[in-house]
Design a protein around this ligand. Structure first.
Ligand SMILES: O=C1O[C@H](COP(=O)(O)O)[C@@H](O)[C@H](O)[C@H]1O
Length: 224
């Protein structure tokens, strides 16, 4: 009997293969490799597939593109998602670098997080971005200001307050997220495909922040 897998599961498996290939290729040339992942709901199946890959996980650093400024006991924590879904089995040997600190606000914690992030082996082997229905990616929102989107800034991390989201957040800046060998957008559903089509038809990243990455180039992994 053959087991049918859904298009989203197939996509997750293909993405995991591609990311594992990228990490392996880079690890042939360098002692450590960095993977930047996103949070939210989309990556769950991908994380499970990637965690099952035979990789020298002890040589891999993992960090996030963005985080909600909440504790890891909060269901909205992206770090919690990574620890529970990606850093399991052999992948638990990877070194994880969360984007939060003990400070009360992302504005207070940003400097310490930036210091931590600067120690990682950039350029990353891959940055895997998600995208919301408003075109946000990482925590770069249409209403979260221009600093995060500026491609000329030296700021690695930016504290984010946006009216469109309930919690304060912290995000790697677009300029920093550009520091990768490969950029991947992982999205599912017809709505996100339409948002991406709109993004491709214009160039103002303040309207649809994903536009800041379209020229990286960006490999799109989409399934219905
Ligand atoms: O808020 C966030 O949203 C995006 C997309 O999330 P999804 O639930 O629609 O997959 C995600 O990429 C980002 O990391 C997250 O913090």
């Amino acid at each position: 009997m053959t087991t049918e897998i859904s298009p989203r599961e197939r996509l997750a498996a293909q993405l995991a293969e591609a990311v594992a290939g990228a990490l392996s290729a880079d690890l042939e040339q360098q002692p450590r490799a960095l993977l930047v992942v996103s949070g939210g709901s989309t990556p769950v199946t991908f994380f499970a597939r990637l965690a099952a890959m035979a990789l020298p996980w002890e040589r891999i650093d993992v960090t996030l593109a963005d985080e909600r400024w909440v504790g890891e006991d909060n269901a909205d924590s992206n770090a919690r998602l990574v620890r529970e879904q990606l850093l399991v089995g052999p992948a638990a040997a990877a070194k994880f670098h969360p984007l939060t600190s003990d400070e009360g606000t992302p504005e207070q914690g940003a400097a310490a997080v930036a210091e931590r992030i600067a120690t990682l082996p950039w350029p990353a082997s891959a940055v895997i971005l998600g995208m919301g229905g408003d075109g946000h990616t990482a925590s770069l929102f249409p209403d979260s200001g221009e600093l995060g989107l500026a491609l000329t800034t030296d700021e690695a991390v930016v504290a984010v307050r946006a009216l469109s989201v309930p919690q304060p957040r912290i995000t790697l800046s677009a300029a920093y997220l550009h520091r990768a060998r490969r950029h991947i957008l992982h999205i599912v559903g017809d709505n996100k495909r339409s948002v991406l089509a709109r993004a491709l038809a214009g160039d103002d990243a303040r309207e649809l922040p994903i536009r800041a990455f379209l020229a990286c180039p960006l490999a799109v992994y989409w399934a219905p």
